[in-house]
Design a protein around this ligand. Sequence first.
Ligand code: 4AD
Ligand code: MG
Length: 455
Amino acid sequence: MLRSTVAHILKSDESPGQVKVEGWVRTKRDSKAFSFIELNDGSCLANLQVIADATIPGYKESVVHLTTGASLSVSGKVVPSQGKGQKWEIQADEVTLLGKADDDYPLQKKGHSMEFMRSIAHLRPRSNLFGAVFRVRSRMAYSIHRFFQEKGFVYVHTPIITASDCEGAGEMFRVVTMEGEEFNVGEEEFFDKPTYLTVSGQLEGETFACALSNIYTFGPTFRAENSHTSRHAAEFWMIEPEMAFCDIEGDMDLAEEMIRFLVEDALDACEEDLSFFNKFVDKGLIERLEFVRDRSFERVTYTEAIDLLKKSGKTFEYPVDYGLNLQSEHERYLTEEHFKCPTTVYNYPKEIKPFYMRKNDDGKTVAAMDLLVPGIGEIIGGSQREERLDVLRENFEAHELDEKEYSWYVDLRRYGTVPHAGFGLGFERLLMFVTGVANIRDVIPFPRTPGSAEF
Ligand code: 4AD
Ligand code: MG
């Protein structure tokens, strides 16, 4: 008989009848004549209640070993549940112990700290919270592909090993081969030149947009930022659409549409998991997400944003002045306190942004945009790209970059250049936003942060 998942059984309208289902014991209660087993297989948040009569085959051999964390297989009939809370339960015909759990199984009790759970990242997906997080992670990855594919965007795989620093922030991990204890650098360089793990697929993505019009990337990116914050990881996933024949307005429109689409899909498709987060992680979550789904977003220029921050009467830790970067506290003031909704800040001073952004007619600002959301701050960063060869060359000079290193990027401006724009959505920031989970380490299966690369 084909195995059923707990989700399949619990979500059935009619009883699936006779089934075989496997999973792990969450709890077990024994009475004289039978045992109640709460079975979870991670396919959904809810457990399947198993009623195992003391007379069934395998009962004596298996049931004593069925402690929390043990794995088992159950064959039986799905019947309407007597108890409250779920529609179906299973009346077991046979219970087989697959693997018992040693007494020191760490997930016996509820209420472990998030820090402790990180130390058992190999077991934490078996908990309610992390099971829910990683189901939502999977769904959001699917929804992102659906969003773009339904719009006809082409998925492009940009390289993970690269020689160019897209963001120019010098936060790259170096890639080297080794011979014994020695690194092969200089003459011995594997790729004949220094290479790094990519910080962004954008530059390569631009080459494909300048051929296929609308493209997106979705892959891992790496940043050796030594920032110990709850929003930065050294390895994270980024979604980077790039659109030819598109300006900053179109770029901001797409970013907003995408966030709204993903939030709506999370509310629809992950209802059970989101309700769990709303109850145990972040009480305002669902209300906030519904608000984002239903309401329009705000847009302000960087210059206006600086004005608002100066007039706010708040004392910030970091200074606020034209020409300085917006810090997380500033971003959060704008989106959480001032506008109280997702807010796009655009047209930043050119000095604080990378070389590839398009210079505006004022000569001072570039067509950059950041989308800020409550609880997180920046979730998306993007821009219209500089498509004019002469201006791009000035930018290389201003940023002290060697044009020769970017000859292929320059070619796009020499052969049929077109206005184009794109952005990067931090996948984990999106997950923090839709789950209410406050630390980026807790939405990544095996997080990599400064000083930590366990598992
Ligand atoms: O703003 P960023 O640096 O933009 C770029 O990399 C552009 N090349 C994107 C583009 O235009 N194609 O990064 C984009 C997003 C940020 O808004 C943030 O959500 C996320 O990536 N991000 C991080 N997420 C987790 N940990 C980090 N260290 C991150 N750095 C950026
Ligand atoms: Mg940014």
